[in-house]
Design a protein around this ligand. Sequence first.
Ligand SMILES: [Zn+2]
Length: 299
Amino acid sequence: MAKIFGLFTTVAAIIIALLSIAFLDFQVHSFSLLFVIPVGSLALGALASFGYFRWLIKQGYKPSGRNYLFGLLLAIITMFGIEYGEYMITYVSPDQEINYRFEGKHIGQYSLDDSGEPVTFLNYYSYKLDNNSMTFSVRGNRSNGVTVDTSREMSVVSVIIQGLGYIIGSLACGATIGDSKAHCQSCKRAYLKEHHLFEVDKEDYESVLVDLNKMISDDNVFGFSDRIHKQKELNTKVTANTKYDLKIGQCPKCQEGYLIERYYEAKKGKSYEEDTAQRKVTHLSRGIVADALKTIGEA
Ligand SMILES: [Zn+2]
């Protein structure tokens, strides 16, 4: 199922790139900043694998090496799909103008020079490498682009950078989506399903944690649930710039449970952002997990 969603967003990335060529005359896939940052292919690569990784993570899986390999495959499909798609929509209009809107005859019906050899995808692509011109834009000023004619070597280098863009975009997408989730430390195969307990400010956090940690080390099932229940009853609203969000996380694969402490900081009047480096995940006994989830009505 994840793969189907992955193919869906991959096709979407290809179609967006081709529509952009056809209707905006803009090669989003080869758009780069400062000559070397392939923002276009990075974005398309990320979009391509988005459906795949999003679905995987929603199902509670932590992307594995094999999943990233599939992400790599999607990146390659996207790159090939866009290049081949561009060839397929390259037409020559009756007044000999190249267009990407199916006007006139397809370029495949023409031949290279006088050789009589039809313009296939491969020799079209090779021709493109030899006669490439790249448009660069100064950051923040898209209209002020500079067009440079490039040599074949430079074209090849830019294609390689572009290819890396698709790949990095795709893999980074998986890593970024996964980062906000806590994964199971026991089986290392899945993300924890998180059940919200309460939010506290720094002061309350410290006293609550002294109590909870004692219950955890004593394996005091009822004490733990009772402390959570009491804190939930208080229903305090945190207004400080920093807050702690406490949750019970349970692994959908091996059923092991954890206490998750997430630390948030308010960014200049904007919403809270988690400082993931300060996240704490503590293993809980099965008894504590079962009773705590019952207490908060999640089991
Ligand atoms: Zn697990």
